[in-house]
Design a protein around this ligand. Structure first.
Ligand code: ZN
Length: 297
């Protein structure tokens, strides 16, 4: 195949899937088959972008609507407040006090709300116009894009976080380079993104890939290795990745029995201890569904 990896330029690229993929929320699919490519060198998975004017799409209300979320503030918190505990698990709590913190792709600022009163300055970066006003109202320094925030905050951010964003951007290297520029010399970037959930793919194959994993909004699925390579290319030097399992045993068994998402088995015989073992085993063996990059200058 005459195709090169869009990240590392390797010619060891193969098609790992060709069929309809999710477009927006659950049960909505593309009309045409979409080839998914994987680079055998860095491991990244991608498809060619199908959305025209991607910036405009994320600025408008269309994106939230396609995810069945809407752009209302309360709906955002209802959907995203629960993620904060996970995010604090990725970041710890010691890198925010009296520091300048930026969150890239922060939505209505659910995570940043928990840092208010702790961080010295809060920089909120979010393209959605509907959320811009909310972020300014909260007293955050709000910007549509990192490139705009750089005017005021270049080399000044101590902690830059970004969760579930890099897989949406057309040019992840540029995303990484801009994040690098935001950071102070001792600053740290923490960037989290879903993996290809290797264990779920192995167990469920195409039904998992089609219904949940591959989607038009996710232009990329990174591996730890591809994230590390990208960070290195952007100039970062202190680079590390860690894996986290977000979905628990209830989700795994629901999928195995019903072959569809949202089929969680809510039985009491799944004790917290079992769930903890499942999650830590996925993290240790790098088969978890989420990967977080930690990188400094
Ligand atoms: Zn590659």
């Amino acid at each position: 195949m005459d195709k090169r990896c869009k990240l590392c330029a390797s010619d060891r690229v193969r098609i790992i899937y060709e069929g309809v993929i999710r477009t927006g929320g659950l049960d909505k699919y593309t009309e045409q088959d979409v080839p998914m490519f994987q680079c055998e060198n860095c491991g990244v998975i991608w498809h060619d972008p199908m959305l025209k004017n991607i910036d405009e799409y994320y600025e408008s209300k269309k994106y939230r609507a396609s995810m069945d979320e809407g752009s209302e503030e309360e709906v955002f918190y209802r959907n995203h407040d629960r993620e904060t505990l996970d995010k604090l698990q990725y970041t710890g709590t010691t890198i925010f006090r009296d520091r300048t913190v930026a969150d890239i792709g922060c939505g209505a600022g659910a995570f940043l709300d928990f840092l208010k009163g702790v961080a010295k300055n809060i920089v909120a970066i979010e393209p959605s116009e509907a959320f811009q006003k909310i972020l300014s109202r909260k007293g955050f320094a709000a910007y549509s894009y990192t490139s705009a925030a750089l005017t005021d905050w270049e080399n000044q951010v101590d902690t830059a976080t970004s969760f579930d964003v890099i897989e949406h951007v057309e040019d992840p290297l540029n995303f990484m380079c801009e994040t690098y520029k935001l950071l102070s010399d001792t600053g740290t970037a923490i960037i989290g993104t879903p993996t290809d959930a290797p264990l779920m793919r192995k167990l469920l194959g195409e039904c998992y890939e089609k219904q949940i994993l591959f989607s038009t909004q996710h232009l990329w699925i990174f591996s730890g290795e591809s994230l590390k390579q990208l960070a290195k290319k952007a100039g970062f030097s202190r680079i590390e990745v860690r894996y986290f399992q977000r979905y628990g045993l209830e989700n795994l068994l629901g999928w195995c029995i019903e072959k569809r998402p949202k089929a969680e088995i809510k039985e009491t015989f799944f004790r917290q201890e079992m769930d903890a073992v499942w999650k830590s085993s996925c993290s240790t063996h790098q088969t978890a569904d989420y990967v977080v990059l930690y990188a400094g200058k």
